[in-house]
Design a protein around this ligand. Structure first.
Ligand code: 48F
Length: 263
């Protein structure tokens, strides 16, 4: 027997649990904008160290570009240097000709599961549309709205989320960087033409704090620094997430405190 069901209680339980998470995610140590491969790895790594991490993801499903594999063929390729990360998320890949081949469904699902189980709050259907600056003009949070409102062009004001560090993990869209660039605060070079070898290296090297409070990961870093794009090879994204987490972690340790509140 399944037990008795109250439809009202189902609604109450969903909203109570959800809004508890929402309220606590207004103040995080790290906000990660975009739940693709680099954002998910950064998220679970930081959460496992005890950081309060919120991922804001505009789509229904986190996972970003992983799901589509190459042209919808649901396999992705990883370099052998990602074995430790695969072990952390509890999956294995097939070694072929010196590369690792893995189901994109398994990789996306495992990264999401690891992030949630590590304590990352994932708010899906939230589209980040702007940045919150503290009074020192450092990036100290983001402004986000319901994705459906953005899609239907409804005039509804957004909510503000604050944090000590923000990551732009929005891939090719580089939304946080674009919020700075449109005001002339930073300049975005735009990703270069395809070259997986150079692109993968560039993504990892370009994972940096590029503006006070803002770390770029994954393809957002390629957008910023103008390094090449690459195809369905994801090792650089996973390693970028790891590097971003280490940069954030060092910053959190060096400057303990809480997100800067509004006056
Ligand atoms: O694009 P995405 O997977 O980012 P990534 O971690 O990985 C790039 C690879 O997928 C792939 C590649 C290069 O060929 O290897 O492109 O750099 O994930 C970015 C996530 O950010 C979300 C988007 O839905 C996706 O899940 N996103 C984009 N704009 C916003 C956003 C926004 N305004 N607010 C919230 N999330």
């Amino acid at each position: 027997m399944l037990g008795t069901i109250s439809d009202l209680e189902v609604s109450r339980l969903i909203t109570r649990d959800y809004f508890e998470m929402l309220e606590s995610s207004f103040e995080s140590d790290v906000i990660i904008v975009g739940g693709g491969p680099s954002g998910l790895v950064a998220g679970y790594t930081l959460a496992e160290e005890g950081a309060r991490v919120t991922i804001l993801e505009k789509r229904l499903s986190p996972g970003g570009g992983i799901w589509g594999g190459g042209k919808g063929f649901n396999r992705v390729i990883l370099e052998s240097g990602t074995r430790d990360i695969l072990a952390e998320i509890g999956v294995d890949a097939t070694e072929r000709d010196g590369y690792l081949v893995i189901s994109s469904v398994l990789l996306a699902a495992s990264l999401i599961k690891k992030a949630v189980q590590s304590g990352v709050d994932i708010l899906n259907l939230y589209s980040v549309e702007d940045i919150y600056f503290n009074d020192k003009r450092e990036v100290a949070g983001v402004v986000a709205n319901e994705t459906a409102y953005k899609m239907t062009n409804l005039h509804v004001d957004p909510l503000t989320f604050q944090s000590r560090i923000v990551m732009d993990s929005t891939g090719h869209e580089a939304i946080v960087l674009n919020c700075l660039a449109k005001r002339g605060i930073v300049e975005i070079k735009g990703e270069d033409t395809m070259n997986a070898q150079m692109g993968e290296q560039g993504v990892v090297e370009g994972t940096k704090e590029v503006y006070p409070g803002l770390i770029v990961t994954g393809m957002a870093s390629a957008q910023f620094f103008g390094t090449p794009r690459m195809g369905p090879i994801f090792g650089g994204m996973l390693l970028s997430g790891k590097k971003a987490a280490h940069i954030a972690s060092a910053k959190l340790t060096a400057q303990p405190g809480t997100p800067q509140a509004s006056p």
